[in-house]
Design a protein around this ligand. Structure first.
Ligand SMILES: [Zn+2]
Ligand SMILES: [Zn+2]
Length: 254
């Protein structure tokens, strides 16, 4: 059994065949999918989907790209949603200084506010960090919340990964670990303890090899886990079992 720790099943690329996508994941052994909202509307959709499918859980929060649209009522809506049964974390929140779809200063302010909200709601966090490693670490180190959570789609270096783990976070490995050029991520995977790793698709994005170029979907997390097993020289079943246990622990999934 595997857990896709970060998917976006609520997004429109899955509108036509969501049932089949979730069925294919099950058939591939991916029994649990954590689907992550990025706007208030998408968080609602993520919640609806989690209610409809037993193996699907929801994460709610406002993505750094979208924080420019946060309004007075946004956090109240999120507070309401957070009470629902299948919500397992707050996110994805963080900083994206690669695309800068919201101004940087605003991203930093909203990240801080949402870390506080996660602490208030007593939820672990899902962190998005792209080209903002230093600022992300500053905020995470200064945060007084539970320090439970995941750095999703990890793109930093080994010292940063080690710091995150020492703070209490897990590191989630995406399909880019299968890309020929990504020796950097493979060397990080080699050096980190399996007990701190999760695997994810971030679908519909970041499709792993051998399907790169197509739409990504949760079933393909198998290829990522297989690659992690190869890198670590451990049996696939062990990597599946340990990453599943890690994800269940972080998200408090029974
Ligand atoms: Zn992300
Ligand atoms: Zn994402």
């Amino acid at each position: 059994m595997l857990i896709d720790s970060h998917a976006h099943l609520e997004m429109s690329p899955f509108d036509r065949d969501r049932d089949q996508v979730i069925r294919r994941a099950k058939e591939a052994g991916v029994e649990i999918i954590v689907t992550v909202g990025t706007t208030v509307e998408d968080c609602r959709r993520a919640l609806e989907i989690s209610r409809r499918y037993p193996g699907v859980y929801a994460v709610i929060g406002i993505h750094p790209h979208e924080v420019k649209d946060i309004k007075g009522a946004t956090y109240d809506s999120l507070r309401e949603m957070a009470n629902q049964e299948k919500v397992v974390a707050y996110g994805e929140i963080g900083l994206d200084f690669f695309r800068n779809l919201s101004p940087r200063a605003m991203q930093i302010r909203r990240f801080g506010e949402q870390l506080e909200l996660a602490a208030e709601l007593n939820l672990p966090v899902v962190i998005h960090d792209r080209d903002a490693h230093r600022e992300t670490m500053d905020l995470l180190k200064g945060w007084n919340g539970g320090r439970r959570g995941v750095i999703h789609c990890f793109s930093g270096d080994y010292p940063m990964a080690k710091q995150c783990i020492d703070l209490g976070f897990c590191i989630s490995i995406p399909g880019t670990v299968t890309f020929e050029k990504n020796e950097k991520l493979r060397s990080i995977v080699r050096d980190l303890p399996l007990e701190s790793l999760l695997v994810e698709t971030d679908c519909p994005y970041l499709t792993p090899n051998p399907f790169r170029g197509r739409r990504n979907e949760p079933a393909y997390v198998v290829h990522t886990a297989r690659r992690v097993a190869e890198i670590k020289g451990r049996p696939f079943v062990e990597v599946a079992a340990v990453t599943t246990a890690n994800a269940k622990r972080v998200f408090n999934i029974p």
